[in-house]
Design a protein around this ligand. Structure first.
Ligand SMILES: [Fe+2]
Ligand SMILES: [Fe+2]
Length: 495
């Protein structure tokens, strides 16, 4: 499945030898393989937490190198001479209008050209150095503009500082450079580790990932506000705590639990709503608490109580984001059924609860500042980034998964749930103990993201795919279809 033998490459790099490979266009499968390679390299230095940062930086570098090659290919295609100033002005305008944003459409022409992008990785500074080279020189004025932007970007505290200046850049390279610099700063890698230069024939960029880094925290007003909000959250209501204890006590009569729930009409509604919408494979709609208890069992009821109370507290204090909870219900359905399919009995209920609450940090984030969160999601989408958390970190100083973790700790959620919330976008960072649960939550969430076209197959982490024995886009398509059908059948029964 993998197009690069990443395991062999890591052994070579560790042995002190460089590895090199070329491509014409960074298709999804290349990026997926590069991601897997980086994950393995970083894991060696115990720096897997840098994975999303390094992948995002590298993606920007690769896109810039590809764009430079594409420009040449395009000029040739439309019969303009890139070295003649007046033809350059005309061609670059066409390029901006027709190619940037749809770079992939030029992929076939690029394949036919002899211009390629090459990547070289070797051990350096206790870590490793990645060099990306492309076959065309960078124009001196372009290099000057990039260096100016680099110098400016170092001064920024967070990504929003660059807000007004970002879109004025002539060829769209501005944003990428600012992003690279801020990501480096944020992760504690010296900004001078990123170098871009040209010898008049080729252009190369390199970045050195040191063996040790000390993350640099970004502090913004929004982040302070978010942390205050989380600190100010109330604890769980007393009756919920009591109910949870009852669910765990084998001597308690189920009827007593049902009666206690029914004392609280709002809770009764929530329990029924969640029992129905979170997709248990029941024959018909559950319309009373007793029935819910029999159908879903005490362990699942316990999860529903936690999720319902958490949602109630958040919905009361912040804006209501029904869409997020609907997404979470679907994730919970997928997660639970994935656990079932792979006979991971030990995490069946845990994966259900993790699905129900994995995005709770998003509610706080969206309520605090919609403008910036919309802006972030536009950038993530435009630039086809693998994860939004990196952008949240460099713009706000904290990601929705970390906010989720803070809330989970505040509410003294069990460790498995904290891990699933914290790592639902970065599964490789999970501890071995909770890996099955985190991978399941991650995959279920990605399936939802793929359905809403936020992600594609190649965004999926290879290690997760291997764990679930999904080998390739076709196998995944079949797998995904199976769950979609399951959900559709279940929803049909509900009506
Ligand atoms: Fe998320
Ligand atoms: Fe999600």
């Amino acid at each position: 499945m993998a197009i690069l033998n990443t395991t062999k490459m890591v052994t070579t790099v560790n042995g002190g030898e460089p590895v090199e490979f070329n491509f014409y266009y960074p298709h999804g499968e290349i990026m997926q393989s590069i991601n897997s390679l980086l994950a393995k390299l970083l894991a060696n230095f115990d720096q897997i937490f840098l994975l999303d940062t390094v992948t995002t930086i590298l993606r920007e570098i690769i896109i810039n190198a590809t764009k430079a090659n594409a420009k040449r290919v395009y000029f040739k295609k439309i019969n303009l001479d890139i070295t003649k100033p007046n033809e350059y002005t005309e061609g670059i305008q066409n390029f901006k209008n027709n190619v940037i944003g749809n770079l992939e459409e030029l992929a076939e022409d690029m394949k036919k050209s002899d211009l390629k992008v090459s990547m070289n990785i070797n051990k350096e500074n206790g870590g490793f150095k990645i060099t990306v080279t492309n076959d065309v020189p960078i124009l001196p004025e372009e290099l000057e503009r990039i260096n100016l932007r680099k110098a400016k970007a170092i001064e920024y505290n967070d990504f929003t500082d660059a807000y007004d200046e970002i879109y004025d850049s002539t060829e769209g390279a501005g944003l990428g450079i600012v992003l690279i610099m801020l990501l480096l700063k944020n992760s504690g890698i010296n900004t001078s580790s990123y170098v871009l230069n040209s010898d008049g024939k080729k252009t190369w960029s390199w970045i050195v990932i040191p063996g040790q880094t000390r993350p640099n925290e970004i502090t913004t007003e929004i982040k302070k506000q978010i942390i205050n909000e989380v600190n100010g959250l109330p604890t769980f209501p007393k009756n919920i705590i009591e109910l949870q204890a009852m669910c765990k006590d084998s001597t308690v009569d189920i009827d007593d639990i049902a009666k206690k729930i029914m004392l609280d009409p709002a809770l009764t509604t929530d329990v029924l709503k969640l029992s129905n919408s979170a997709g248990f494979l029941t024959q018909r709609r559950i319309d009373n608490v007793n029935e819910a208890l029999i159908k879903i069992g005490l362990k699942n009821l316990n999860s529903i109580l936690v999720a319902a109370s958490a949602r109630r507290i958040l919905d009361k204090r912040f804006s209501k984001f029904e869409q997020i909870w609907t997404h979470c219900n679907k994730t919970a359905f997928y997660a639970r059924n994935i656990a079932q399919r792979y006979k991971m009995g030990a995490i069946l209920e845990h994966s259900f609860l993790a699905g129900l609450l994995h995005d709770l940090g998003k509610i706080v984030l969206l309520s605090t500042d919609t403008k910036i969160t919309n802006w972030i999601s536009d950038i993530v989408k435009d630039r086809k980034m693998r994860v939004s958390t990196v952008m949240e970190e460099v713009s706000i100083g904290i990601s929705h998964s970390s906010i989720g973790e803070l809330i989970a700790r505040k509410w003294q959620f069990p460790e498995y749930l904290i891990e699933a919330i914290k790592y639902h976008h970065s599964p490789l960072s999970a501890s071995e103990e909770y890996r099955d649960l985190v991978y399941t939550t991650y995959l279920a969430n990605m399936m939802c993201g793929i359905e809403s076209r936020k992600y594609g197959y190649y965004y999926l982490d290879e290690d997760v795919l291997e764990r679930f024995k999904i080998n390739g886009p076709e196998a995944f398509g079949k797998f995904h279809e199976e769950f979609k059908t399951m959900l559709a059948n279940n929803t049909a029964k509900e009506q």
